[in-house]
Design a protein around this ligand. Structure first.
Ligand code: ADP
Ligand code: MG
Length: 693
C-alpha cells in the first residue's frame, strides 16, 4: 500500500466521506491513519441502572423513545431518549447533538458513559458518549474517542478504522535505530489499544517521531543557511544614533535590544535568518526601519514584503515619513501601482533603495541592483516559494539578510527546543501609554440589552486622535463572523463534538442593518475580489463605514486606530492565538478599546475565553494555549496550521530533549540520511516551516 494514495482507496470511504475528510486536510491514506483519537473511554465496568449514583457512570443497555426538539432558547436542540437494562431505566439527554437520533438501532446494545446529574428537577444521564457493545468488546473495553469532523462523528471513525485494521501492517518504518515495525505497531495501538498504558506508549512514540522530524528539519536548515554567503554590513553607529535622536518617541528597551541583535547579525558574511516576534502593537515596524536604514546607509537596497496591499500601503506611509531625509528613497509596489515599468527601472538603477510591496514585488521583472536585506511582515502569511523568489533577487553568489516578523509568538518552551536553531528577537514590552483592551465574554442572548447600546455609544464617540479624520463621524466597530454564507456548520474547538449554529457574515450584516438603519454597515470576506476587498478596507480606514462585518480576513496587521470595538461571534470556535490576533485589531489608538466575545451561552465559557478575558499578553496566552491543548489536538503551535503537528506533545520538554539528542547523533553520520527516503520527504515539509528562507 502506498500511504500517499487518496483516502477513497480505503474500504468504506466513498466520495461523500472523502469530501468531508478533505475539508479537514485529510487527503491521503497516511493522513487518515494519523487521525488519532482525542482520548479513550473505558467501558470495562458498567453499573446496573438500578444502582447508579450521581456522578460519572458507565451503563450498558438498549435505547428507545429517542426524540429531538428545539429548546425555548434559540440555537439549542435537545435530544432525549430512555436507556434500559434488566434492572431499570434512565433518561439520557444531549444538547446540540441531534445526530444522535440516527446513531442507534433499537435492538442493539450500547455502552453509555457520562455524568448522571440533576437537570430541571430530574436525574438524567447528560451528554454521554456512546459506543456499540459489539464494537467495544472487540477492543477489550477501551474505546477511542475521535474529534468529530463535520458530519463524521467519533463512532463513524471507529467504524472506518475497523474496516482498515489490516492497512497498518504495510506502514514502513521511519526512523533509524528503532526496532523494526515500531512505527506500524505504535500507530495501530493508538487506534486499537488493549490498555491505556499501551495507548499512551504508542502515542508517545508517534510524538517522538514527529519531534525528530521537526528538529532534524530545523538543524538541516541551519546547516544550509550557514553555507551561504552574504554582504557583511558594518555597524553605523553615527547614522543610527542620528536617526533615533530625531524620532518623535523613545525606543523601548526591547526595540533597542532587537535592533542590536540585528546589527550584530548583519555584520557577519553569513546571511541573517532572524525572526522578530512581538505582540500586536509592540512596534515591530520601527525595528524593521532601523534594520533597513543600516543597510541603506551602507549602500544596499531593501525589500519589505507585506501580505496585503492594505498593509503595504500602511507601511509605506509610515516608513517613508520617518525615513525621509536620511538618504532613504522609498517606493510602494503593489498590484495597483501605476507606472510600474518606470518604477522598476528606478529600482534597477538604485534611485530607489527601499521598496515596500506585496506579491507584486515578486514578479521576475522586478530586479534589484544590490538587494541586501529582505524584511517580511507576518511571515507565516507567505508561502515558501514566494519567500524564495525574493531571496533570488540578490546579487550573484550572495544571499540577502532576512528579517521575518510575526505577531504570533512561539511559546518559550518551543523556542528553547524545537526552534532552538532559529535566531529570534523578542519585543516583550509595549510602547508607553497603551491601555489594555477591555475584554468581556457575553452570551448571545445579551446582545440586544448589553451589546447594541454599547455599540451605539461607541459610534457616537468623537473620532480617535490617531485617526486620519477625513470623513469620520464616530468611532468604528469590527464584527467578526465565522462563516460567509448562511447555513454553515463548523466543529467547535473544545474538542466537544457538538457543532455550533453559525451566524454568517451576510446574515449578521442584514440584522445589524435592521438594528442600526442610519449607519453604514458593510461586509468583507476572503472570497471577494481583491479590488472589492481593498475598496471596502479603504472606506473603513477612511471612516466611511461604521461597522465592518467580516470573517477573519482582517486578522493580521490591519491598522485602523479609530476602530475601538470588536465583536467576535462564535468565539468558542477560534483558537486562543487567533482570538488574540483578532482582538489586536482594536486598541491601536489613544482611545479605550473593547472586545466582546460572543458565545452561545449554553455552556460555561472555556478556559481559553476566560484567559483571554483576563490577559492582554500574547506571550502569556501562547503558553496557556500550549498547555491547554490536550493530546491529539490537531492544532499546531503556530496559527494557520503552519506547524501542523498531529500530536500536541510540544509541551513535553523531556521528549523534546530526547529527540534533540538523537537528532544530533544521527547527524554525525550524514550518509545515513540517504537511506531514509521516507524520513527525508517527511522533513521537507517541516524544513519549509522552520526555515525562513
Ligand atoms: P506591530 O508590532 O503590531 O507591527 P507597529 O509597528 O504597527 O506594531 O507599531 C504600533 C504603533 O506604535 C505605531 O503607531 C508606531 O508608530 C508606534 N510605536 C512604535 N514604537 C514606539 C515607541 N517606542 N514609542 C511609542 N510609539 C511607538
Ligand atoms: Mg505590524
Amino acid at each position: 500500500m502506498e500511504l500517499s494514495k487518496p483516502v477513497e482507496t480505503l474500504t468504506g470511504i466513498g466520495p461523500k466521506t472523502a469530501e468531508i475528510l478533505k475539508k479537514y486536510g485529510i487527503r491521503t491514506v497516511k493522513d487518515f491513519l494519523y487521525t488519532l483519537p482525542r482520548d479513550y473511554e473505558t467501558y470495562d465496568t458498567p453499573t446496573s441502572i438500578a444502582k447508579i449514583r450521581p456522578g460519572k457512570v458507565v451503563i450498558r443497555g438498549k435505547i428507545d423513545a429517542l426524540t429531538s426538539r428545539r429548546a425555548r432558547r434559540r440555537n439549542l436542540s435537545v435530544t432525549e431518549g430512555v436507556v434500559r437494562d434488566e434492572t431499570g431505566m434512565v433518561k439520557v439527554v444531549w444538547f446540540n447533538q441531534s445526530y444522535r437520533l440516527k446513531q442507534f438501532s433499537k435492538d442493539k446494545e450500547y455502552y453509555f458513559t457520562g455524568n448522571y446529574e440533576l437537570r430541571n428537577g430530574r436525574y438524567s444521564l447528560v451528554s454521554p458518549s456512546a459506543a456499540e457493545v459489539a464494537d467495544i468488546d472487540l477492543r477489550i473495553g477501551l474505546s477511542p474517542i475521535y474529534v468529530a469532523h463535520g458530519a463524521l462523528k467519533s463512532h463513524d471513525f471507529r467504524r472506518l478504522f475497523n474496516n482498515s485494521r489490516d492497512k497498518f501492517n504495510q506502514i514502513p518504518d521511519l526512523l533509524p535505530s528503532v526496532k523494526s515495525g515500531t512505527r506500524k505497531k505504535a500507530l495501530f495501538y493508538a487506534h486499537f489499544p488493549n490498555s491505556l498504558d499501551i495507548a499512551n506508549k504508542a502515542r508517545e512514540y508517534l510524538a517522538y517521531e514527529e519531534l525528530f522530524e521537526l528538529i532534524l528539519a530545523a538543524k538541516l536548515n541551519r546547516r544550509e543557511n550557514d553555507k551561504l554567503r552574504a554582504k557583511a554590513i558594518p555597524f553605523n553607529q553615527e547614522g543610527i544614533r542620528n536617526f533615533v535622536q530625531k524620532l518623535p518617541f523613545k525606543l523601548t528597551n526591547a526595540q533597542r535590544r532587537a535592533a542590536w541583535d540585528i546589527f550584530k547579525n548583519m555584520e557577519k558574511p553569513v546571511p541573517m535568518n532572524r525572526l522578530l516576534q512581538g505582540d500586536v502593537g509592540s512596534g515591530k515596524t520601527m525595528v524593521a526601519a532601523l534594520a533597513a536604514l543600516e543597510v541603506i546607509l551602507a549602500g544596499g537596497q531593501v525589500a519589505f514584503l507585506a501580505p496585503t496591499a492594505i498593509l503595504a500601503t500602511q507601511h509605506f506611509d509610515s516608513l517613508s515619513k520617518i525615513l525621509e531625509g536620511f538618504g532613504v528613497h522609498t517606493a510602494l509596489l503593489t498590484g495597483a501601482t501605476k507606472k510600474k515599468p518606470e518604477l522598476k527601472k528606478q529600482i534597477l538603477n538604485k534611485e530607489i533603495n527601499l521598496v515596500i510591496g506585496t506579491h507584486a514585488l515578486l514578479t521576475d521583472d522586478t530586479e534589484f541592483a544590490n538587494l541586501q536585506l529582505v524584511i517580511i511582515d507576518e511571515q507565516h502569511r507567505f508561502g515558501v516559494e514566494q519567500r524564495q523568489k525574493l531571496l533570488l533577487k540578490s546579487p550573484h553568489g550572495l544571499a540577502p539578510h532576512l528579517l521575518s516578523m510575526t505577531a504570533t509568538p512561539i511559546p518559550r518552551s518551543l523556542q528553547l527546543t524545537v526552534f532552538g536553531d532559529l535566531d529570534v528577537s523578542i519585543l516583550n514590552e509595549m510602547p508607553r501609554g497603551r491601555q489594555p483592551i477591555e475584554t468581556k465574554i457575553l452570551a448571545e442572548i445579551e446582545t440586544t440589552e448589553m451589546l447594541y447600546p454599547k455599540m451605539d455609544e461607541i459610534m457616537k464617540l468623537s473620532p480617535d486622535k490617531k485617526g486620519t479624520g477625513k470623513k469620520m463621524h464616530g468611532q468604528q466597530i469590527y464584527w467578526i463572523c465565522k462563516a460567509i454564507d448562511d447555513g454553515t456548520v463548523v466543529p467547535n474547538q473544545n474538542g466537544a463534538a457538538s457543532p455550533q449554529d453559525i451566524t454568517s457574515v451576510k446574515k449578521r450584516t442584514r440584522r445589524l442593518r435592521e438594528v442600526f438603519p442610519d449607519k453604514c454597515i458593510e461586509f468583507l470576506h476572503g472570497k471577494m475580489k481583491p479590488a472589492e476587498k481593498d475598496a471596502i478596507m479603504e472606506r473603513f480606514s477612511n471612516g466611511e463605514i461604521d461597522i465592518l462585518v467580516s470573517t477573519t480576513v482582517v486578522e493580521v496587521g490591519v491598522d485602523v486606530p479609530n476602530a475601538t470595538l470588536i465583536v467576535i461571534e462564535n468565539a468558542e470556535s477560534y483558537g486562543l492565538a487567533q482570538l488574540h490576533q483578532l482582538r489586536g485589531r482594536v486598541g491601536r489608538g489613544a482611545s479605550k478599546a473593547y472586545c466582546y466575545l460572543l458565545t452561545s451561552g449554553d455552556m460555561r465559557p472555556s478556559r481559553r475565553l476566560l484567559e483571554l478575558e483576563k490577559s492582554n499578553d500574547g506571550f502569556y496566552l501562547s503558553e496557556v494555549d500550549l498547555k491547554l491543548r490536550g493530546p491529539g489536538e490537531i492544532y499546531g503551535a503556530l496559527q494557520h496550521g503552519a506547524l501542523d503537528l498531529r500530536i500536541a506533545s510540544l509541551a513535553d520538554t523531556k521528549l523534546i530533549s530526547r529527540a534533540q539528542k538523537d537528532v544530533t547523533e544521527f547527524l554525525q553520520a550524514p550518509d545515513d540520511m540517504i537511506k531514509y527516503k521516507e524520513l527525508m520527504s517527511g522533513i521537507t515539509k517541516y524544513q519549509q516551516i522552520t526555515t525562513l528562507n
